[in-house]
Ligand binder design. Sequence first.
Ligand SMILES: Nc1ncnc2c1ncn2[C@@H]1O[C@H](COP(=O)(O)OP(=O)(O)OP(=O)(O)O)[C@@H](O)[C@H]1O
Ligand SMILES: [Mg+2]
Length: 443
Amino acid sequence: MTTESALPLPRLPVPDIRAEVAFQHSQKQNERLQEYRLRPPKLRLANRSHSSTSTSTTAHAISFRGESDGNGKALPELDANALSGSYDRSMNETYFEQCFTRLAKIGEGSFGEVFKVRSKEDGRMYAIKMSKELYRSEHYRQERLEEVRRYEQFSGHANFVQFYRAWEQNDRLYMQMELCRESLDRYLVRRRDIPEETIWNILLDLLLALKNLHDRNLIHLDIKLDNVLIGDDDSCKLADFGLVIDVDRANRHQATEGDSRYMAPEILQGKFSKAADIFSLGVAMLELSCFLELPHNGPLWQQLRSGVLPHDFMKNISPELETLIRQMMSPEPEARPTVDEILSHKKLVSLLERRNRWRLIIKMKQTIRRSRKAAWSKLCNWKQMIFSFVTSILTTFIHREAVSNRRRRTLDSPMQQQGIIEIPQSNFYPAKITCIYLNKAHP
Ligand SMILES: Nc1ncnc2c1ncn2[C@@H]1O[C@H](COP(=O)(O)OP(=O)(O)OP(=O)(O)O)[C@@H](O)[C@H]1O
Ligand SMILES: [Mg+2]
């Protein structure tokens, strides 16, 4: 739900207290295993200006790099030359279509569709997030561009998704990013029972990412398993900066609430703080540890925000992790630990120390894995090129053979009398090929 400074703060629907009391832990619904679950629609500002905005039909790059003021107001310089050299502006196809091969759709959220693509420029795989809706106002466009600013700001940190470039064309925003293996949500559905050691490691990754945000006075506001991606190096990366906002701006009623399943209770009163991210992270850890189907509203929703976490949920996790999750999910924001306090937990300190000790070896393993992937990708490109080359030579050869065989025969059929020759279908000619035979002997 989006608000503006002049408006009273709209509220989320009050959770439905008539819903069934039965807890749904331990069994996630089977539909979770199906393709993308429908996500709750984001509530949008009712009286937003609808003055249309129209970006060029030619693609142009978007970048905030090098911009000094960090207040998110100014729009970036649009650098028309920052896009790939293979882009031909005179063609009808978009930059996306010209420069990438779309391989599959790998995700969808409320704002964007994400595709797995191969770049025609370097042959490497990427993820491209394309905004679902056309820009309907300059305000909407600026909201989308804000995500580019954040991706650029945090790209390069091991626990954020690597960002390459963004551009807009035909009133849509495109973002080219590192291709991650899968989201944590999908990982949970696939694995179900995640070892506690892995959960601590995931928590550490997300705390390191969150520390980066919170140290800059920014809040994410949409922390959930869907927005955590697993990279090639097995580390967890925080993604989706669509709602990231400065704490002060958030409390001037400009923030947008995230998914209600992970939302801290005080958000309903319009209180946005770093502690809201801690609450959402606590819920995500609870979901991971208990394979719990999180409610969008209802009695369980209320209970999870009242400080009473049913013991049933926690029976398979260690008291250490249970205590930490309870603290992170305290109803009062002031009672929740900060990122730094959680990072000083002895379990996390020892994990971090262990990581630092093994850093060199982990780096080497990553480099080997990356170069192996790059080599394989190059090999695939070569294989594809050789295959296309051989096929085209064979096709030309067989075509010429067929034509010269026909030439040698007497022209006796009525079609041949007219100079038209039919080449029979063969394994090499999947479609019937009819070619005009220019018979010099025949006028
Ligand atoms: N770089 C990536 N690599 C692999 N998958 C990705 C990548 N980026 C996004 N995805 C997939 O696409 C989904 C949607 O992406 P994202 O969360 O950025 O979109 P959104 O429209 O902003 O979502 P939301 O509804 O959370 O606001 C993610 O949950 C994830 O599964
Ligand atoms: Mg998302």
